[in-house]
Ligand binder design. Structure first.
Ligand code: MG
Length: 376
């Protein structure tokens, strides 16, 4: 029986993880939950349904306390405190670099982490991997695919990691400056939260995932590529030194990667539907149009500059996405803003990162700079 702690339990990944746990009651026991608290009724309902003794919530702690017998820890540090509870695995499904503190808290207290919070690696880099890559199980579908495919060969046999990208809803659209919020929130193959959906539309998500892959697998940026694959069935590939490429394929569903991470890289029975070979399928691949979608090359540029730069890339993007969702800026202004903030950082040279406070300071500067540009 694996004792599981879930952070971000009321989000898309958290809910699906609870569904998997419900289907495998002989394998998993939920011992703590945490979430922001906006969906406090759902959080309390989850705590009651899974008989969870401790719940963390950033806000609405009192309201949750009234709805459940669980002990409630509330406030800004709730997720980090819950992440430190001794368990077999912490699933970090918080969205945004706000999830970094909880990842570090979990790992530094000896817990393994199923990481759906890619921003932890983008903003924290070595602060996270210093606790051992073997203690991190990726939940991102691409990285889960890479982890699965890497079982086919040794590290020295790897020539290249190839991440697939759906290309988002605007792959074939040319007037990107005119994209509305509604257009951008309609993703063709994946159902996700609003920030991840916008990041998929700009391809910033793929940029973040390249940085994530670099840290998760210790592979140099020169060996990581991305390719457009609109069907989202091949979740990523590894090219080996002999010229062979191995891919992981399954219909788009996060259940597979969540289950694989929850069970620490051992497969669970019937977690998702396999490909139906009684039907015809066509899988397409095409290179990314970097002129139209500069976010991927920008991420590689940041990655080669180091973690301070990738933290800036992410923080500036978080601010720009919020401004886009608030109707303040155009779609193309999102990545333009990230580029400008990163360039300014480059001119001033980057401070090295020693601890979480350094990351917070770097992010704060980037957010202020982004908002200055965004309000013009
Ligand atoms: Mg992904």
């Amino acid at each position: 029986m694996r004792k599981i702690v879930i952070l971000g339990s009321t989000g898309s990944i958290g809910r699906q993880a609870l569904e998997i746990i419900s289907a495998h009651p002989d394998k998993f026991e939920v011992i703590a939950l945490a979430a922001g608290g906006a969906s406090y009724q759902e959080l309390a309902e989850q705590a009651n349904r899974f008989k969870v003794p401790i719940v963390g919530a950033v806000t609405n702690g009192e309201k949750i306390g009234a709805l459940t017998k669980a002990r409630v820890i509330d406030g800004a540090k709730a997720s980090s405190e819950i992440a430190a509870i001794s368990c077999d695995l912490v699933l970090n499904a918080i969205t945004g670099s706000i999830g970094l503190g909880a990842t570090i808290s979990a790992l530094s207290n000896g817990n393994k982490v199923a990481l759906a919070n890619k921003e932890s690696l983008v903003a924290g880099g070595e602060l996270v991997t210093q606790w051992g890559r073997e203690n991190i199980f990726p939940v991102d579908s691409e990285h889960s695919a890479l982890a699965q495919v890497m079982r086919a060969g040794s590290e020295s046999e790897i020539r290249k990691l190839i991440l697939t990208a759906s290309g988002g809803p605007f792959r074939e659209r040319d007037d990107l400056a005119k994209v509305t919020i509604k257009d951008a929130l309609a993703h063709p193959t994946w159902a996700m939260g609003p920030v991840v959906t916008i990041n998929s539309a700009t391809l910033v998500n793929k940029g973040l995932e390249i940085i994530e892959a670099h840290h998760l697998f210790g592979v140099g940026y020169e060996k990581i590529e991305a390719v457009i694959h609109p069907q989202s069935v091949i979740h990523s590939m590894v090219e080996f030194i002999d010229g062979s490429t191995i891919a992981q394929a399954s219909p788009p569903s996060m259940k597979g990667p969540i289950g694989y991470a929850l069970n620490q890289g051992e497969r669970l029975d019937s977690v998702m539907n396999p490909i139906d070979w009684s039907k015809s399928h066509s899988w397409n691949f095409s290179p990314i149009d970097h002129h139209k979608f500069p976010a991927v090359e920008l991420a590689l540029r940041a990655g080669k500059l180091g973690t301070a730069a990738t933290a800036i890339y992410n923080a500036a993007n978080e601010e720009a996405v919020a401004a886009f969702l608030a109707g303040k800026i155009s779609f193309t202004a999102i990545v333009d803003t990230v580029e400008k903030v990163l360039s300014r950082g480059e001119r001033n040279s980057f401070t090295p990162i020693r601890d979480l406070a350094d990351v917070t300071a770097i992010e704060q500067d980037a957010r202020i700079m982004a908002n200055e540009l965004l309000s013009r």
